[in-house]
Design a protein around this ligand. Sequence first.
Ligand SMILES: *Cc1c(COP(=O)(O)O)cnc(C)c1O
Length: 371
Amino acid sequence: MKGAKAYMNRYKLLTPGPLTTSCTVKEEMLFDRCTWDDEYKQITQKIRGQLLELAAVAPDEYTAVLLQGSGSFGVEAVLTTAIKPEDKCLIITNGAYGERIVTMANYLGIRHVVHSVRYDQAPAAADISKILVNDQAITHIVMVHCETTTGILNPLEEIAALAKEYGKTLIIDAMSSFGGIEIKVQQLGIDYLISSANKCIQGVPGFCFVVAKIEQLVRSQGNSRSLSFDLYDQWQHMDKDGKWRFTSPTHVVAAFSKALDELGAEGGVAARYKRYQATNRLLRNKLKQIGINAYIGEEHQSPIITTFLFPYEGFNFEDFYHYVKARGFVLYPGKLTDIDTFRIGNIGEIYEADIQKLCSIVEEYMRRPKK
Ligand SMILES: *Cc1c(COP(=O)(O)O)cnc(C)c1O
């Protein structure tokens, strides 16, 4: 452990995943586990049960399927498994992750229409309603909950209500919100919710997971255009006794199990949301005082990640990044093409004291003679 300790906390990640994890989560990865041993399979089964609890769903109506790979693998697996050639998908976008879903639909040859909204705006229920009335061929709605591109939080309740009203299958990319923001999946009637190990549950990267309506999964047999991405097949294998189809990321799974227990110990999603909300508000208020403003308006801002506008003409992000990194924090570049921005995430093992410290560093930087 002495060697490992030297690498711990050289800096903290203020990025939306991978993020800063606890030492105890990292420690779980020091033991090498056997994939077909009962102890390991039980870890997978325990995780699946805990995910259903977090999603507030009944275990006889929903199931949780874990899949190797990053979050995008989960989104693509749902698209290829849930959508038949005769189906048609409405994809709502206001950022790069929504646009990635469109790219996937193109790769997979899925019939779709795109409703794209400006990056700083949330989709309006009235517009979606109009689209659904005018295009009866639409069978599925896909939307990102928290668009990590900007940090905007999309109106999940409203879109879910429309999906229910019009009888559409609802697929939600809740990658950067699940575990950090309460999502009552069953009550909202979400059919597929996708997230991954390295975001609000605060594990390390290596797999994604889907909380899916069993009735939907049962009907999806044989749809997938790919074996590795066949969520139905993955579910069938895993549901027997917790054994993964193909090699599983054993260390990551063990770490995730620990992370889930720690989420519970913190007080569950409600407590974590409160912490994220508090650190995010502190961050935005402090930086505003220094003259650094958020890109997304208060009413749509998520407590997960914030996009900030460059504070002055000629602001050098590279220089700023290295200044802050040398003092213990790593920031994230912006993802907008038309405006100069950078991002700060506040999920992970990040507390008010960290944000206070970061803001003093930023203040120091802003006071220096401008280059
Ligand atoms: C992180 C994230 C993803 C997945 O990205 P990967 O790079 O594949 O992990 C998808 N959607 C959203 C909204 C995300 O934040």
